[in-house]
Every structure is written in C-alpha cells, then in structure tokens.
Design a binder for this molecule. Structure first.
Ligand SMILES: Nc1nc2c(c(=O)[nH]1)N[C@H]1C(S)=C(S)[C@@H](COP(=O)(O)O)O[C@H]1N2
Ligand SMILES: [Mo]
Length: 221
C-alpha cells in the first residue's frame, strides 16, 4: 500500500491516457442529452466489467478500513466499517461511462447515499468542492453539487455481494452522471473545501468536470 501522501505511481496505462488527453483521442464532437440517448457520444457498450486503475489495488479489509470525513464540515466523521454500515442503506441501479470509451449498463449498487453522508457531516456554508483521497494515492475532485447528486453513493455492495477489491472494495464512490474516473476506488477520506483542488487525472489533461453527454473528456476541449 502506498502512503496516500506520496506521489501516486505512473504506469503504461497512465502514460497512454495522458497522451490521449494531449491528442484529444476518441472525441466525436457531438453533444447528446441523457433523456434522449442512453449511450453518450463516442461510447460503446460492454457486458463485462473492466478494471482500470493505477495498478496497486490496495488490500484493505473491512476490519482495517476507516472513513475520515474532514475539512469544511460542522461535524467531522471518523467511522469504522460497522459504523459506516449502520448508516441508512440505499440501493441504486446506474450506468457506467469510462472516458476510455466503454460503458456498462445496469450496475446494481448498495451503500450510503452521498445525500445521507452530507446530512451526517453537514458541510459548512463555504464548502463548495469535495476531494476524494484513496489508499493507492489516487485523488479525484468534484463540485459539491455533483457529489450531492441524488444517484451518487459510497458503495460497499455490487449485485448483492460485497464490492470486490479489484473494483475498489471495501468502499468506493459512484457518481453515475460523470465519467467513471470521478468514482474513486478504495476510499480513505473525503475532504470538503472552499477552493477546488484538481485530482490525479485532472492534472494530467482530463476535464475538471467530466460530463459524458457533453464529451468533457479533456481539459483542452
Ligand atoms: N483509487 C482509485 N480510484 C479510481 C481509479 C484509480 O486508479 N484509483 N481509476 C479511476 C478510473 S480511470 C476508472 S475508469 C474507474 C474504474 O473502475 P473499475 O476498475 O471498477 O471499472 O475507477 C476510477 N477510480
Ligand atoms: Mo477511466
């Protein structure tokens, strides 16, 4: 496991993905609306579920896992898995859209809705951004409104089973309306901030928001 304060690793895939951002790979130049078209522009459907990450796949048991919620909140949280599991449970069905062009429909998630987390930690008025910190050193940033979307959750279950380590278990974020790189795996802490702080891909040429229907793949778009 990498200490999350170290510089996260580069890999063959992360170098390719940084190059794709410079080249504007996969861009179709089309815009679509989610109520008119289920598959965003430039995406293709897959039935299996690829794994994409920096290649570390940290092994954190439910026993060792903790969630640290801090920053601009009235009520900082430090939960173990049992305390996290005792929070209100939500089941949601949603589609995945990865910026490398695969999409996967009808993923069945179970966990804590981000709205319920917000009710528990109570962001202060000045909080406008959220940064997710992960056990492999990965980070992702979101506007508070995107984090608070009604279908966003901290997932511990997938298809009725515990979320697999390869897909970010014990707990990952799922934000279905943005490209999947925002959905941080192996979640360790959640930081609420006044100012934005671009994450791992956002400082490597990827779009700060990442709306798949607007094809917000790269920051140079
Ligand atoms: N901690 C962490 N979260 C991460 C990543 C990562 O490298 N580390 N990769 C992101 C990217 S680019 C994608 S596409 C999805 C992939 O999730 P999956 O492997 O479950 O398909 O996780 C996202 N969350
Ligand atoms: Mo990705």
């Amino acid at each position: 496991m990498t200490d999350a304060n170290e510089t996260p690793p580069e890999s063959k895939l992360s170098r390719s993905k940084a190059r794709w951002a410079r080249e504007g790979r996969f861009l179709t130049g089309k815009i679509a609306r989610p109520d008119e078209q289920r598959l965003p522009p430039g995406q293709h459907l897959t039935k299996d579920w690829p794994t994409l990450d920096l290649g570390l796949a940290p092994n954190i048991s439910r026993e060792r896992w903790r969630l640290d919620v801090h920053g601009a909140v009235e009520n900082p949280i430090f939960w173990n898995f049992a305390e996290f599991f005792a929070q209100p449970q939500t089941q949601l069905l949603s589609d995945i859209h990865c910026v490398t062009t695969w999409s996967r429909y009808d993923n069945q998630w179970e966990g804590l809705a981000t709205r319920d987390l917000l009710a528990a930690c109570r962001p202060r008025d000045e909080a406008r951004f959220v940064v997710l910190h992960c056990h492999d050193g990965y980070t992702a940033n979101l506007a508070l409104e995107d984090f608070a979307a009604g279908d966003a959750l901290l997932a511990h279950g997938w298809s009725g089973k515990p979320l697999e380590q390869a897909h970010g278990g014990p707990v990952r974020l799922v934000v279905p309306h943005l490209y999947f790189w925002k959905s941080a795996k192996w979640l360790r802490s959640i930081e609420f901030r006044e100012d934005d702080a671009p994450g791992y891909w956002e400082v490597r040429g990827y779009h700060n928001r990442g709306d798949p229907w607007k094809e917000e793949r790269y920051s140079g778009d």
